[in-house]
Design a protein around this ligand. Structure first.
Ligand code: B1M
Length: 221
């Protein structure tokens, strides 16, 4: 198997490094950590490592997660493998040699402390080549506005898991849109529907991370 294909395979199956016992059928083999370093040592460009190794692997995970063929723990292992490889690419992001598709500002809305789903969405979007600004949980409209103003070309993603905090999401989206009508806002979270998204004036609703990835990528296609 070609090196970048091997790297993609490690991301897809969550093989972090040689020492990692997971997945059992890859025990003792090189993982994303070693392969990313090897690729750089062989002169493969950091951008190619990201676009042809990491991104395709993460995309496969996103599709399998949507189809219920893998579950949260497997996605977390894939994200860990991706992070191990990304460590080697960091200097190239900093130097500007590797460019991202854009900035994605994400947070769970005010009053809401649920972050497992939000983190999965964030990891999948990062894995598809976007820079992430994760504001965490219980994010106020003021904090969001401040971050959007500091990153004017960003796309915003909001998550809500409680029927009560859906009201806060509505409030936040309306306030952002009133001040910045062209700001693109994507929403998600278990109690949401596309009708709710329309009602509050957000641009897109995705029930899962892969839908969010596909929507974001469509914006820069
Ligand atoms: Co809470 N909780 N919880 N909880 N909790 C729910 C959501 C609840 C449905 C449980 C229940 O009663 N059956 C219920 C909400 C009921 C309602 O509002 N209708 C509930 C409640 C009531 C509460 C408290 C009020 C309980 C209390 O204290 N009385 C309290 C509220 C705290 C607060 O937020 N202010 C509370 C607290 C907690 C914990 C802290 C204990 C913990 C959160 C830990 C954490 O997140 N770090 C917790 C948990 C774990 C849950 C359940 C069990 C699991 C949520 C989860 O992580 N799911 C949940 C019940 C359940 O869902 N079975 C429940 C897994 C995750 C991968 O899925 O978050 O849906 P999900 O994310 C998905 C999609 O929704 C989507 O992609 C993700 C991956 O597929 N998605 C997006 C999410 N965000 C997206 C954003 C996008 C796009 C897609 O674009 C931006």
């Amino acid at each position: 198997m070609e090196l970048l294909e091997q790297l993609s395979h490690c991301i897809e199956f969550g093989k972090i490094n040689q020492a990692s016992p997971y997945p059992p059928d890859m025990k003792g083999q090189d993982g994303a950590d070693e392969l990313a370093k090897m690729a750089l040592d062989q002169g493969i460009g950091a951008n190619d490592i990201l676009q042809k190794g990491l991104v395709p692997g993460m995309e496969k995970v996103g599709v399998k997660f949507r189809e219920n063929k893998v579950f949260v723990p497997q996605v977390l292992m894939s994200a860990k493998a991706m992070n191990a490889a990304m460590e080697h690419l960091k200097p190239f992001f900093q130097s500007g040699e590797v460019t991202r598709k854009g900035k994605f500002v994400i947070g769970t809305v005010a009053g809401d402390l649920h972050d497992i789903g939000k983190n999965l969405v964030s990891m999948m979007i990062e894995g598809s080549g976007w820079e992430i600004i994760d504001l965490g949980v219980d994010v106020s409209t003021e904090k969001l506005m401040e971050t959007i103003k500091a990153n004017p070309d960003c796309v915003v993603g909001l998550s809500a898991l409680l029927t009560t905090t859906m009201n806060n999401m509505a409030d936040t989206v309306r306030k952002i849109k009133a001040e910045l009508p062209n700001q693109v806002i994507l929403v998600g979270g278990a109690p949401l529907t596309d009708d709710f998204r329309k009602e509050i004036g957000a641009d897109f609703y995705s029930p899962d991370p892969q839908g969010a990835v596909e929507y974001l990528n469509s914006l820069v296609a």
